[in-house]
Design a protein around this ligand. Structure first.
Ligand SMILES: Cc1cc2nc3c(=O)[nH]c(=O)nc-3n(C[C@H](O)[C@H](O)[C@H](O)COP(=O)(O)OP(=O)(O)OC[C@H]3O[C@@H](n4cnc5c(N)ncnc54)[C@H](O)[C@@H]3O)c2cc1C
Length: 511
């Protein structure tokens, strides 16, 4: 069932043919969600697709690969815990190709937020529909009393319910999220528990993120989300539940995967393209190309491809950037954490830590390991980590916070651990929106996809990656009048969006 306010996104070139009328060769550079979503639609519409992926495994930032315990036993490692929200309509459509009943998605009905001195917020039991969900959260939290609400900057607070795809960006893209949140005048602990986690959830520091991006995310996840604040997780490693089945599905549709094969450059060739492979003279001829890499790789590819010669577009690509690094620590403990620990908790104000998950509480492989060994598989994440922080400091902080929050881990011995420290998530810095790249490029037959690409509707992270892949494929197939995929989104505007210009007056009434 679609939520009551969901919108079908109208595409500009609604073709009518089910399949391409002649042989079409498509090369997709990047085998993450964006690339595989594009590859899926292209292959389903009859194109002969080759996916080039730099890594030896599919999935990119949502990928999984095989590691080994010291004794040699294999296990699947990922880039970390991922939440599949219910309004990820396009991602769910992609998953239904391989799991029609979405049986691999298992709900996490509560994901508490833990703060300093035992502070705690919960998102369970809230009404599903906006704005009742947010109103109920405000009524329920002990951190906001009526007197606090009367002191709040009403006009600024109402912005959260008034997202508008044009004017929010016009008015607030140059403001940073920290200044915007400070301007709300929430009491400090309400500010910390309700808002501090938000920018970090998109890997960006508050002071380095556009307030308009934050308001779009707020609309997408809360105020404009008709599906409720709960999310699902995959019940097996991403490789088993997602990537292997998707690879089999695409292979059956005739797609070819070249793993461990980075693209080096893109050149024009008649009406089409040639994609040169790194470290070899080989180049693949293509009628259409989707560049679906993360930001640094796209910039490098474009640098090495002088024939992508539109100066304004090259400037746009050059201005894309990554945000601060993130870290993921997975530790296999020799004893279980307490039985009432949640599968996932968010944290705020607890050093560098942003969340802690207990993998055997939701993921099959970890559950089997925990049953065999009597241990626990715990993962700790930190996002937007200050670049001056060293790995040693970060690890020490992870351990300290884990011991404080889950004291039963103090005595536990780590049987094995993995620490990832990466910097490849996109920056959404203030003042960058107008110049961000879109799916369409100035070059016929070449499209972009990825979670950093500007879309014509609210979206984020895995969902934006998938939606951009669908849009890229639809855009390229329009040349042959082929039917684009259906693309869905939450409502494009907030409840107060149509009267956003009245917010200053409403703010005065509030006070
Ligand atoms: C720790 C962590 C936690 C996260 N949690 C969540 C979450 O809870 N919910 C959520 O929605 N999202 C989450 N995300 C974000 C999510 O993982 C990303 O938004 C999404 O996976 C991005 O997909 P993508 O296809 O745009 O990019 P990527 O996954 O980065 O894919 C790009 C691919 O291109 C390949 N590539 C690069 N250069 C080349 C080249 N030259 N030739 C060939 N291939 C190349 C890369 O190897 C990669 O596989 C999380 C991310 C991280 C890191």
């Amino acid at each position: 069932m679609r939520g009551f306010q969901v919108q079908r996104v109208p595409l500009t070139s609604p073709g009518t043919l089910e399949r391409v009328p002649r042989p079409v060769r498509a090369v997709v550079v990047g085998g993450g969600l964006a690339g595989c979503a594009a590859a899926t639609v292209l292959a389903e519409r009859g194109a002969e697709v080759t996916v080039l992926e730099r890594n030896a495994y599919l999935g990119g930032r949502a990928g999984a690969w095989t590691e080994r315990f010291p004794g040699g036993e294999p296990f699947e490692m990922e880039r970390g815990f991922h939440a599949f929200f219910r309004q990820y309509y396009n991602l769910r459509d992609l998953l239904r190709r391989i799991d029609p009943g979405l049986h691999h998605l298992t709900p996490l009905l509560d994901y508490p937020l833990l703060g300093p001195h035992g502070a705690r917020e919960s998102f369970t039991g809230l009404p599903r529909r906006p704005p009742f969900n947010v109103l109920a959260l405000i009524r329920r939290t002990p951190r906001l009393r009526l007197a606090d609400l009367l002191r709040v900057n009403g006009a600024a607070a109402l912005e959260m319910a008034a997202y508008d795809p044009v004017t929010t960006w016009r008015d607030l893209d140059d403001v940073n999220a920290r200044d915007y949140l400070d301007s709300l005048r929430f009491p400090p602990d309400a500010r910390q528990m309700l808002f501090n986690v938000f920018a970090h959830s998109f890997f960006n520091p508050e002071e380095g993120m556009s307030a308009a991006d934050m308001l779009m995310m707020f609309h997408f996840y809360f105020m404009g989300n008709p599906e409720g604040l709960v999310f699902d997780v995959l019940d097996e490693p991403f490789s088993l539940a997602l990537w292997e089945p998707l690879r089999r599905h695409l292979t059956r549709l005739g797609a070819t995967f070249r793993l461990g094969t980075p693209a080096e450059r893109v050149e024009r060739c008649g009406d089409g393209w040639r994609v040169g492979l790194a470290g070899s003279d080989e180049a693949l001829a293509a009628d259409v190309v989707v560049l679906a890499t993360e930001v640094p790789a796209l910039k490098a590819l474009v640098d090495r491809s002088p024939q992508l010669d539109d100066p304004a577009w090259r400037r746009q690509v050059a201005r894309l950037d990554v945000t601060l690094p993130f870290a993921v620590w997975r530790v296999f403990l020799d004893r279980p954490v307490r039985h009432d620990r949640h599968p996932f908790v968010g944290t705020t104000g607890l050093g560098h830590v942003d969340n802690i998950s207990v993998y055997e509480r939701f993921e099959g492989e970890s559950r089997r390991w925990a049953m065999r060994t009597g241990g626990s598989v715990v993962e700790v994440h930190a996002y937007a980590v200050d670049e001056r922080t060293t790995e040693v400091e970060l690890r020490a902080d992870f351990l300290r916070q884990l011991h404080d929050l889950y004291p039963e881990t103090v005595e536990a011995k780590p049987l094995h651990e993995l620490f990832l420290w990466r910097q490849d998530c996109a920056s959404f810095a203030p003042g960058t929106y107008r110049d961000r790249t879109t799916v369409e490029t100035p070059f016929p037959g070449l499209a972009l996809a990825g979670d950093f690409v500007k879309l014509p509707f609210p979206s984020a992270l895995m969902e934006r990656a998938t939606a951009s892949g669908f849009l890229a494929a639809g855009h390229l197939l329009a040349r042959w009048n082929v039917r684009p995929p259906e693309v869905w989104s939450v409502p494009g505007r907030g409840l107060l969006g149509p009267v956003r210009h009245l917010l200053p007056a409403l703010g005065v009434l509030w006070r």
